[in-house]
Structure formats: C-alpha cells, structure tokens
Design a protein around this ligand. Sequence first.
Ligand code: GAR
Length: 263
Amino acid sequence: MSDKIKIGVLLSGGGSNLQAIIDACVSGEILGDISFVGSDNPSAYGLSRAAKHHIPSFVVDYRTLIQDYKNNPEIFSLPEDFHLDTVRKKQTLFQRNAPGETVDFFLRSRALAEKRVLDHAKAHGFDLIILAGFMRKLTPYFIDGVNLDRNPPGIMNIHPALLPAFPGEDGYGDTFRYGCKIGGCTVHFVDYGEDSGPIIGQRTFPVSDRDTLEEIQARGLQLEWQLYPECIRLFAENRLRVETRTHDTGKGKPLSRTIVKIL
Ligand code: GAR
C-alpha cells in the first residue's frame, strides 16, 4: 500500500457519511483519497456531493436492470466468472429453506449488477470499498471479486444499530419501535450475510421515551460521522486484522469468537 489509500464509496442516498469521509480525507485525519462514488440510485444526492468535490462517479441502476432481467432474461449474459452453485452455497443472506427460484433469481440478477459495479470500481482503483448508506445487499460474487482472501477484508459497512441487534433496512426505526433505552451504530467488515461481518467499532447513545424517531436518527448520524472516519483511518494505517479465536470451555464444545484486532 502506498502512503495514501484509495477509497471507493458506494451509496444510495444523501451521502452525509460520504461528506464526513471527504472532510476527514481533506483534513488529513484519514491518509486516503476517494477514488470513486458509485450508486444504484441515479438521483442519490451523494452523487452531487461527489461532483462538488470533483470525485468521479458512476451509477448502476439496479431497479431498471433487475426489472429488465425479469422481463427478458434471454437478452442478458451472466458474467463468465459467475457460478450459481458456488455463490448459492456461500451466501447466508437467505435461509436454507428459502424458495430456490427466489434465491436463484436474486443471485443471478445481482451478479449482473455487481459485475458492472466491479468493472467501474476496478477501472478507478481502490484499496478499500466502503458502503455509506448503500441499500443493496452484496452477494459472494461481489465480495469474492474484491476480497481475494485479504486480511483485513476489503469492504466495510456502517449500520444504524448496535449489531447484532437489528440488522436490515431500518436500524434506527427498529431501535425506536422496540423502545430501546440505548441506540447505536456499528462499522463492520462485510461478509456473506446481512450485516453479520466482524465488528470494527461501535458507538452508543441514550434514548428517552420522549425522543422522536427523527431525534434518534439525528443523534445516531452525528456518531456515524465520527465513527466511520475513525475506522477508515485505522484501515489506512494498516492496523486492522480479523482473527478467529477458539476457547476451550472445558465442557466439550469449544467457544469460537471472531474479532477485529486493532494493532
Ligand atoms: C446511515 O444512517 C447509515 O447508517 C444507513 O443509511 C444512512 C445513510 O445516510 N445505512 C444502512 O441502513 C445500511 N443498511 P447518509 O446517506 O446520509 O450517509
């Protein structure tokens, strides 16, 4: 790795986390430059933020692509390096009893989209890809296309809840609905499941019964803007390693634990 790492960003929406990371690169907190911003959503405001800072961007319009594939699958060729059986075996996004047709359509249509994202990303170059409000699940096809057995892994995500609580699309909403007394956000490496990868950092905040959902979201985002640059800084300093440790409990089955070690 050279002195400054190249950071690729994927997002779907407003991009306030992107802004925090741009600011941290500009101030020198992160020894890095953003090499691209990619989006699945052509009208994401994050694309305008990228343009303002002269960062190259691209769009892979997932919604249109998936619809077109559904209507006319015969006009598409799946990527040559996509192997449905392998990806199906590796993924933990769906439970084992999920309908096979649903899973296979999902994996094929995402491979079409993910190949396009990967091609753009590789053309711009990156040492790390960060998901900053990217509201699409990534399959093992994409993840293996980035990771190549790297430690630390090459994709990070920020999630608006204290994982492993409330994975999925609406972390702050779930925190609000469950009447939690504490909310939080988590930065983790991306693995083959949904929001299930090794945890790099977390922040918490108190929630009172008078708080509105908007207040919880605002409080959480403030913490995200601190936490994400901190975790990316550690990556840029080459200080993160994933380790799986096994503890002998003396009661038969050993306890296994995967941690992100900060060097
Ligand atoms: C953030 O709260 C982020 O944690 C969340 O989307 C928001 C994006 O905000 N991400 C997810 O829910 C991922 N599953 P931003 O576009 O202003 O950075």
